[in-house]
Design a protein around this ligand. Sequence first.
Ligand SMILES: Cc1cc2nc3c(=O)[nH]c(=O)nc-3n(C[C@H](O)[C@H](O)[C@H](O)COP(=O)(O)OP(=O)(O)OC[C@H]3O[C@@H](n4cnc5c(N)ncnc54)[C@H](O)[C@@H]3O)c2cc1C
Length: 482
Amino acid sequence: MMVAALAVPQISMNSQSDQVKHPEINEDISGLPVRKFDVIVAGGGTAGVMAAVAAARQGAKTALIESKGYPGGTVVEGGTALHSFFNLWKAFPGVEKRQVVKGLAQEIIDRLMPVGGTTGHADTTTRYDYDSVCTAIDTELYKLKAFEMLAEAGVFICVNTLVAGAVKKGSEVEGVITQSRMGREFFKARCFVDCTAYGDLSAYCGADYIELNDHPVCNSMGLGNVKIEKLYDFLKVNNAVGDIALGLRSGKESQIIRMGAEGTGSSNNTLPAGFVDGIKQLGSGLITTTVHDNYLMFIKVNYKMDISPTNRDEVAKAELIIRQNQYKTLELFKQYLPGCEKAFIARTSPSLNIRRGRTIICDYDITSEDVLEGKHFDDDIMVYGFHDEAPRLQIKNGGTYGVPYKALIVKNIENLLAAGMLITSDHSAHMSTRNTVCCMGQGQAAGTAAALCAAKKCGTRELQYSDLRKKLENDNVYFETG
Ligand SMILES: Cc1cc2nc3c(=O)[nH]c(=O)nc-3n(C[C@H](O)[C@H](O)[C@H](O)COP(=O)(O)OP(=O)(O)OC[C@H]3O[C@@H](n4cnc5c(N)ncnc54)[C@H](O)[C@@H]3O)c2cc1C
């Protein structure tokens, strides 16, 4: 069956895109209620949760401002295999297995384990040259555990609250303007961390940024009522098995927890042409992780926008198209894939996910050479060993590179740090630094640095690296250089 046969009504909408309004800086705040903090973290996603917990645990009075009703961000909506806590040891015989990201990122996995919210670090059994480990999470339990970590740390948690503007005094950020159903408020602090992925806070602060639009956007969906082993057998018979990892699923060890079809690009496989053509046309993928029986947690439907996903009107069109394509993808799965005959869409992301929005210009921009050659800096705040384009691009000898503190310092602003997918302009380098576990490590370091800056009443560039390093080491962050 051709995908066209699954046509859904085409709707013409939002033709106003030319009237783009750029972020406004220093709007009038007179009359707004004022709240005072030491540290404000904008965006409670993958990096932001870690930043806020890290800052608050040091005693900084910390507020987290998150536009959705829960914390988690893209880690609970797009990328549900957490790449990667380890170096790529399996691809490099003789190289030692090392857990290279620990700290708060490992703590949330430890909190998920007793409630059945993770597979743990499960070894991959195929495609060692991509990742040696698959760490999958239950996205709903992750939201809960992240929320609890924030509350226990004493973070003032503002969910359903948008960072809508900022006020600067010279090169310092004075505060952020928020919008919630309580109206507009002004949140002041000594130090700020932008973890919004889109770089909203930095843009409102007048930071320099670029919009590369070098990735498709996506909405991933979970499919329920699926017989995983039946689907695996079908892929095997058709020479289409790709990534496989075995681990803890619904309380049982050695179950399939990651499964990919070598799909759709390989000439050896004998998957039905109607299926292969259909999912290619729709931008859908057949690679998934799961923590539960009968559930494919993560089926991607990609869509390449012509312009950057900061454009509201173009995003509105993309949101509709992707939802149409999710439905068509479901129909293809039901028709062609044994085990999926009675599947249904159990979860979608509340809004499309980006791989890149604004890239914020920081004091240092990590290059692909830094990543691939395994460069370490004299101000490393973490190390990392995964590259999303492996095996084509891997970190030298299954090692690690360092993320330097200066890569988090927003250029030309005294008291603003950035962490997450919004740093790193080089496409290949970003294909490493944007991954979840790297974002979490960056978040922990940025939150720690912000709290230190607030306590010492210094700017982000005046902070002594030795103080930051000592604090991170005390908080179980792993380093490979002295
Ligand atoms: C489809 C897809 C698949 C992926 N697959 C993987 C994978 O398998 N493994 C992997 O490791 N990585 C994967 N990634 C990459 C990874 O998930 C992301 O790069 C990473 O999670 C980004 O983290 P972040 O903290 O920068 O942003 P996010 O986690 O997106 O956090 C940003 C937060 O800021 C909030 N926010 C935004 N603007 C505002 C505002 N103005 N006011 C208040 N709050 C705001 C958002 O609601 C969100 O909670 C994938 C990404 C995508 C899109």
